[in-house]
Design a protein around this ligand. Structure first.
Ligand code: NZQ
Ligand code: ZN
Length: 386
């Protein structure tokens, strides 16, 4: 029987022109710090549109947030928030800008020592500066969730923290803001969202037909619209809108409600980014087929359901269905332009050993979500992907 609480306070402003509604959603007397990345918003006109909407506000800016955002960079913004008495943060960009902004929001009022500790030691965050989002890259779901992933350059660590205090107050999702994305980033978004669904679906049955069919619907949409997005010469509004909404729905808590989650593929993938700087979604496309192969004897029931309902694989016994499922999933990632083997990125055994060591040194308490995946299996999963 399902048993869960669901609460998601993020207001979604979805559609073309929604950025003009920023003033209705930010207090008139707010002192805003607008955060952004490496400059894409200045090339595609999003910056001008946001500035125009905020014409009557006191706005400071902080640019230069990197993909896989750095702790060291975000800490510079924390100083600005403190020194300038900023009382609202507006993130304008992709998942990296939003995640860095969530961290800045939580780190500025943090009363402990070095803020990295609330990430590394999972210390609950007590408060945060309110924040809003203007999203330019559909992928992570961060626009409607409480998660943020931060990289510490000094130690090559990439870790997540979670707090209801960093939930955005609102998120502007204008699909036309994604037109300037390079195809590689569109593909990243589709694959990231697809794997988000799987980490909440491809586990164990708990009598959750609504969540299951919702998950399958999101995956079918991502396959259909992802293929379309890659093949189209010029971006199409409806196509980008469907990808955007699918990505948001993939990680906002709805499909996770009451079901068994397992974020092993993400946890292993983060290590590949930490050591080699690979795009987040690419790491998932590399790890997932090996992971599926590793768990197929335990997770047979949900994997067969996935094979039948999403890839329409109906012939053969359970194991042959699953083998074809793994092949089709891997081929889909390759179709989206991803090189899904470690050797295709010059990565070999040395990195695998370092990753296994890192998991071991953190101890079991760092792996609460892996559950049916042992530390030794992490090495075996990666070895399959050389
Ligand atoms: O920095 P700018 O110049 O803006 O360029 C970015 C960046 O180079 C560019 N871009 C974004 N919007 C654009 C654009 N270029 C042209 N037109 C636009 N409209 O795209 C590049 C990648 O951006 P990034 O924000 O890094 O990508 P994404 O949204 O995929 O975010 C990835 C980060 O999110 C984390 C990942 O680990 C990674 O650090 N994740 C966050 C999650 C969460 N908070 O819930 C869950 C995910 O599983 C994931 O771990
Ligand atoms: Zn992800």
């Amino acid at each position: 029987m399902l048993n869960f609480n669901f609460h998601n306070p993020v207001k979604i402003l979805f559609g073309e022109g929604k950025v003009t509604e920023l003033p209705q959603n930010i207090p008139a007397d707010a002192k805003i710090l607008m955060t952004y990345g490496g400059g894409s918003i200045k090339k595609n006109g999003v910056y001008e549109q946001v500035k125009k909407a905020l014409a009557n506000y006191n706005v400071l800016e902080f640019g230069g947030i990197e993909p896989n955002p750095r702790y060291e960079t975000a800490m510079k913004a924390v100083e600005i928030v403190k020194n300038e008495n900023i009382d609202f943060l507006l993130a304008v960009g992709g998942g990296s800008v939003v995640d860095a902004t969530k961290f800045i929001a939580a780190a500025a009022p943090y009363k402990g020592g070095e803020p990295w500790e609330f990430i590394a030691q999972a210390i609950p965050v007590q408060s945060a500066v309110p924040l809003g989002v203007v999203l330019t890259l559909p992928a992570t779901g961060t626009e409607m969730n409480k998660n943020a992933v931060i990289t510490r350059e000094a130690t090559q660590e990439k870790m997540a923290f979670y707090s209801p205090h960093v939930m955005p107050q609102f998120s502007v999702l204008d699909p036309s803001f994604t037109y300037s994305l390079p195809k590689r980033q569109v593909a990243n978004g589709v694959v990231d969202a697809f794997v988000h669904v799987l980490e909440q679906y491809m586990t164990y049955p708990v009598n959750s037909p609504v969540q299951d069919r919702f998950s399958e619907g999101i995956m079918l949409t991502l396959i259909e619209e992802g293929r379309k997005a890659i093949s189209l010469e010029t971006p199409d509004y409806n196509n980008r809108a469907n990808i955007t909404w699918a990505a948001t729905m993939a990680l906002n808590g709805i499909i996770a409600s009451g079901v068994k989650e397992c974020w092993a593929t993400h946890k292993i993938g983060h290590e590949l980014t930490a050591f080699h700087g690979l795009d987040h979604a690419l790491t998932l496309a590399i790890v997932l087929p090996g992971f599926m192969n590793m768990v197929k004897e335990r997770r047979t029931e949900k994997m067969v359901q996935f094979a039948e309902r999403v890839w329409n694989i109906t012939e053969g016994d359970d194991m042959s269905k699953i083998d074809l499922l793994i092949e089709k999933t891997d081929s889909f990632f390759r179709e989206m332009g991803m090189l899904t083997l470690l050797s295709e990125h010059g990565i070999g055994l040395e990195t695998i050993d370092k990753i296994v060591e890192r998991f071991k040194s953190r101890g079991d308490e760092r792996l609460p979500l892996l559950e049916d995946v042992t530390l030794n299996e992490i090495g075996d999963i990666l070895k399959q992907r050389i």
